[in-house]
Design a protein around this ligand. Structure first.
Ligand code: PXP
Length: 239
């Protein structure tokens, strides 16, 4: 029987709520501590270039208090790479970033950005930070990531999650499954995430060989009604 995937809890939207009033609560560090106590295997935050939710201070504070792992989602912009090297998360997940997007819209284009990505990876690895590439379920991108020296990838599940009907969902699910098998065959550690929720997570969790699922929005939304600990426990039960 394959192992149950771990759960990385993304707490960006705790900070979104704080930023709605530019206030001091809810405090993301407290959310992270509560998430760990409820069974999160890692804490994920995205330090966006526009700092719309998580800010630099959050990242440094989380680094100090976390007992599990800190996974920092980040672009390959020089400024952000510098901050990551100073903060020292356990893992950096490289994502593409556009100012106007509501959330990360697609995977990293490893094929067309290889020079910049390689430079970022070298800097991060020099500082003992493991690097993961957030990429679409696409064999060409996965192979390119492997060629660039990736050891870990996170497969973008967003298109599956946003599918308009069953046949679309089936098609995108198959892409994820085939990509996960392929990535494992070429020796990569495979994670997955984006848009996963209480309805669609079980299907993805059953794909053999996925190490970790990174989930944020649906857990934070559910926590409004049942509390963060319960929301995480319910997600873990489904996984
Ligand atoms: N993985 C990556 C790389 C992401 O960019 C995000 C969104 O920040 C997530 C996972 C979590 O996505 P969601 O908030 O839709 O669960």
């Amino acid at each position: 029987m394959s192992k149950m995937p771990k759960l990385g809890v993304n707490i960006d939207h705790v900070a979104t709520l704080r930023q709605a009033r530019r206030g001091i609560e809810p405090e993301p560090v407290m959310a992270a501590i509560a998430a760990e106590a409820a069974g999160a295997d890692s804490i994920v935050v995205h330090l966006r270039e526009d700092r719309r939710h998580i800010n630099d201070k959050d990242v440094f504070s989380l680094r100090k208090v976390l007992r599990t792992r800190l996974n920092l989602e980040m672009s390959i912009a020089d400024e952000i790479v510098d901050i990551a090297c100073k903060a020292g998360p356990d893992q950096a997940t490289l994502v593409p970033e556009k100012r106007q997007e509501l959330t990360t819209e697609g995977g990293l284009d490893v094929i067309n950005n290889s020079y910049k990505i390689r430079k970022a990876v070298q800097e991060l690895e020099k500082n003992n930070i493991e690097v993961s590439f957030f990429i679409d379920p696409d064999k060409k991108q996965i192979s390119a990531a492997k060629k660039l020296g990736a050891k870990i990838i996170e497969i973008h599940t967003g298109r599956f999650a946003d599918a308009k009907n069953k046949s679309e969902a089936d098609k995108y699910f198959k892409e994820i499954k085939v990509s996960a098998v392929f990535a494992r065959e070429i020796g990569l550690i495979v994670n997955a995430g984006h848009g996963l929720n209480y309805h669609n997570v079980s299907r993805v969790a059953k794909i053999p060989g996925i190490e970790e699922l990174n989930i944020g929005y649906s857990i934070i939304c559910r926590s409004v009604f049942v509390g963060l600990a319960q929301a995480i426990k319910e997600m873990k039960a489904l996984i």
